[in-house]
Design a protein around this ligand. Structure first.
Ligand code: ZN
Length: 379
């Protein structure tokens, strides 16, 4: 952190940053007294096509909401996300809304609607029979594309061709409601999917909660493991060795605990405390940890809840801020953002005060610039 610095922006990029810059004639000056300027936050795990499950259960969103309705909601979610200071999202699957993320991303990039830069996964991929919704009477549409064996590689390639920037696999899931998660794809299946994705220059994100699915994913060379709820010391040691990133999604666990009646006060319910303990195990093992809350389970625009949850679970404020900016940029291969430095995209936010002293202000972003364009200023 520096006091009194200036940042010069031109053509959508940061040109210079320092204590006493030469100001070009005609430059617009924006003063942010008492505020801290930061790189735009990067949401590591979003679903812009979902909305909070306490209002409409996930099954009903997938089965009873039309794609048009879901897209209309997603347009609002995209704006809420940007106004909260999240200038990039890694959006990990449309959950039954087809390839709607491809069109959403295009509309944002063309400036038709305000929203974050999107890294998208399209439909995501699950093992046949493993996912949801379940309906014992009739086959029903699923929240992701089913594929196995050689067809898994075909699905990876089709999704990339359709617009996927990242390939999302579900490495484990509960096969029937009420039971625990079990691994889905075999080691050979994951390895083949990863090879196909990497040939196309796309990273792989794997949903995994069981230690075995996490082990398989890390061994296969995936970039990020999502959730990781049952990870143990051995799993995290392997992930640290392989430099596999963990996206802990603590805020989603907290949200679900609240939907089950938790009032947010300490002591937190056992599930929440277990997630914190697992997070601490991962930190202790030296696993790279991204900032991604699985937002969509809870309200878009409240993305900062994950940052606060990480701090609550024992990460320093500085490390949380790094994870949400430079960390996520590095973990997702986004070399053009994540820091305030010459040459990078002019994606900038400001918060009222010093977030190192009081992290809670990251939930009160006052100023948002995306690509050099001011999207929000304090009222
Ligand atoms: Zn998710």
């Amino acid at each position: 952190m520096h006091s009194g610095w200036q940042v010069l922006v031109d053509g959508g990029r940061i040109v210079a940053a320092g204590p006493s810059l030469a100001v070009p004639a005609g430059a617009q000056r924006i003063a942010l007294p008492g505020q801290t300027l930061l790189p735009g936050f990067i949401e590591g795990h979003s679903h812009l096509l979902l909305h909070p499950y306490d209002a409409v259960p996930w099954d009903d969103q997938v089965l009873k909401e039309s794609e048009a309705y879901r897209v209309a909601r997603a347009v609002v979610h995209a704006k809420d996300t940007l106004m909260a200071g999240f200038t990039t999202v890694r959006d990990l699957g449309t959950e039954g809304a087809g390839n709607a993320d491809v069109g959403l991303k295009r509309a944002i990039n063309e400036g038709l609607i305000p929203g974050p830069r999107m890294i998208i996964a399209t439909r995501a991929i699950v093992a046949s029979g493993s996912y949801a919704p379940k309906n014992d009477a009739h086959p029903v549409p699923q929240g992701a594309e089913e594929a196995d064996g050689p067809n898994l590689v075909s699905a990876v390639r089709r999704q990339i061709g359709a617009g996927a920037d990242v390939v999302k696999l579900y490495g484990d899931y509960r096969w029937r409601p009420g039971e625990g998660s079990r691994p889905t794809f075999s080691q050979a299946e994951i390895a083949a999917a990863v090879a196909a994705a990497h040939d196309a220059g796309r990273p792989v994100a794997v949903h995994a909660n069981t230690a075995e699915a996490m082990r398989r994913a890390s061994a296969a060379g995936v970039e990020v493991i999502e959730h990781g709820g049952e990870g143990d010391a051995a799993t995290f040691t392997l992930m640290a060795k392989n430099r596999t990133v963990l996206c802990p999604t603590l805020a989603a666990g907290e949200a679900i605990a609240r939907y089950r009646g938790w009032n947010g006060q300490e002591p937190a319910p056992a599930d929440v405390q277990q997630d914190r303990a697992t997070f601490q195990l991962a930190m202790k093992a030296g696993v790279p940890i991204c900032m991604g809350g699985d937002v969509g389970v809870f309200a878009h625009g409240e993305n900062a809840r994950e940052m606060l949850a990480m701090a609550k679970a024992g990460m320093s404020n500085a490390a949380v801020l790094t994870a949400a900016t430079a960390g996520n940029a590095r973990y997702f291969g986004l070399n053009d953002r994540g820091s305030v430095a010459p040459g990078l995209l002019a994606d900038l936010v400001a918060v009222p005060g010093d977030p190192l002293a009081d992290l809670s202000i990251v939930a009160r972003v006052q100023f948002v610039m995306k690509g050099g364009v001011v999207m929000k200023t304090a009222p």
